[in-house]
Write a protein that binds this ligand. Structure first.
Ligand SMILES: [Zn+2]
Length: 224
């Protein structure tokens, strides 16, 4: 593969990493960002113990989905299995972001899923933000729990951990990861006030269609 193409992937990972850091969704050593390499079972991903503030293109790691590291230099993120499981299950996914954003993290500890409280959750995320059952970081079990919780949406919370978002391109995944945190904050605030009004089920069909056209990544379910 031409070097300039590889650099494009690295630039996407770097831009995604800087964006989630600037949005306050991660701090030093937390979370990870990856981009799928077209037509091969490989990805570019942030390194283990990533220092977002100082991160450069040289820090981005190139690995195969089976975990074999292709690039020299820094070791891969310890969550690379989570990313490869999502890519392998969802051919439409080109980018994955995992954050430790605080309000979403708080709900993941309180074991609270985020119901549809704003219409934009349906448009950009595909519906509610469900909670994946607890699995230890870095394991395949975590990846499987995420796929189960996401169902046909693009995001979920990880129990005792925070957020995973996937999508068709980096802009959309940054949007999703940021929106999950905003919705978590608003939901948490509403819970403190004492009442949560959700968007009526019969008013979200139109937005589901927008999600399917623009953002959805889940493979179509086989007719039962
Ligand atoms: Zn994590």
């Amino acid at each position: 593969m031409a070097q300039e193409n590889l650099d494009e992937y690295k630039e996407m990972v770097l831009a995604g990493a800087k964006a989630i850091y600037e949005h306050g969704l991660v701090q030093f050593g937390e979370g990870n960002v990856s981009v799928r390499v077209k037509k091969v079972d490989e990805m570019f991903i942030t390194p283990s113990q990533n220092d977002y503030a100082k991160m450069t293109l040289q820090d981005v790691v190139h690995i195969k989905f089976n975990g074999t590291q292709i690039s020299q230099g820094k070791p891969t993120s310890t969550e690379s299995k989570l990313h490869s499981i999502i890519y392998q299950a969802r051919p439409k996914v080109n980018c994955v972001i995992h954050t430790h954003s605080p309000y979403a993290g708080m709900l993941s500890v309180a074991l609270k899923e985020i119901p549809v409280i704003f219409e934009e959750m349906v448009i950009f995320l595909g519906g509610p933000v469900r909670l994946a059952k607890y699995a230890q970081s870095g394991t395949e079990e975590l990846g499987k729990a995420v796929l189960e919780a996401m169902d046909d949406t693009n995001t979920c919370l990880l129990t005792n951990h925070a957020v995973v978002a996937c999508g068709r391109d980096m802009e959309k995944v940054i949007k999703a990861a940021t929106l999950v945190e905003k919705m978590a904050m608003i939901y948490w605030g509403a819970l403190q006030i004492g009442h949560v009004e959700t968007v009526p089920d019969d008013k979200i069909e139109k937005f589901k269609e927008m999600f399917k056209g623009l953002f959805s990544t889940a493979p179509r379910k086989k007719a039962e």
